[in-house]
Write a protein that binds this ligand. Structure first.
Ligand SMILES: [Zn+2]
Ligand SMILES: [Zn+2]
Length: 212
């Protein structure tokens, strides 16, 4: 079993899209179809991988802008939490509201994830869903237990936490999500977040000013 991760930082909000590949089956999962579907698709094909599944941590525009185009390019299904759907459906209006330009339509979700933990698998890639609302409704983190890696979306960053001043944000709820779902992971768990560089659970537990 061999898992490789590639990432690219794209767009006005400098958002990270992660591509998790199984180097034996050459199947991959794309976490957060940020934008530039052709570039995300090429990242996979350059590695010899096929994107089999598209996941979104939450429905803020900067994480789902390429969802429809990437789904069309790859034929891969798109999963998101059920409570993120209302925000997903107003993706074009999110653009008008924040940038005075209409954003593309979102992908139609093929499955709605729930708040109950489940393990999503593609090849030997196994991602456990961690329901971590507070930054946005229906926010999910994805935990690769065998590799000791968590994709934390916009819940937890290196030295920071997600903003909660946007619609549906809830600071107390976010702190509870982080404390109960993320800080309970082993200290050496690597944290790959929606913005910024890598950190570990242990480092954030000790030094994150929002968590002390
Ligand atoms: Zn966000
Ligand atoms: Zn974001």
């Amino acid at each position: 079993m061999s898992i490789e991760i590639k990432y690219v930082t794209l767009g006005m909000a400098q958002t990270n899209a992660y591509l998790v590949g199984d180097t034996e089956t050459n199947e991959a999962i794309l976490i957060d179809p940020v934008e530039k579907a052709d570039l995300l698709h090429k990242m996979a094909t350059d590695a010899g991988w096929t994107i089999k599944l598209i996941l979104a941590t939450h429905a803020h525009w900067d994480h789902v802008m390429a969802s429809k185009a990437l789904k069309a390019l790859t034929g891969a299904p798109f999963y998101i939490h059920a409570e993120a759907v209302p925000m997903l459906q107003v993706l074009p209006q999110q653009g008008l509201r924040f940038f005075n330009q209409e954003f593309p339509d979102p992908a139609e979700p093929d499955r709605l994830l729930t708040s109950e933990p489940e393990t999503i698998t593609v090849g030997s890639i196994a991602l456990e869903t961690l329901f971590t609302p507070g930054h946005a409704p229906g926010h999910l983190a994805f935990y690769m237990r065998a590799q000791g890696i968590v994709f934390s979306g916009d819940a937890l960053f290196a030295g920071s936490i997600g903003r909660t001043d946007l619609p549906g944000g809830d600071h107390a709820l976010l702190l509870r999500s982080i404390t109960e779902k993320l800080l309970t992971l082993p200290d050496d768990t690597r944290v790959l977040s929606g913005h910024g560089g890598m950190t570990t659970i242990g480092r954030e537990r000790e030094t994150n000013p929002f968590l002390t």
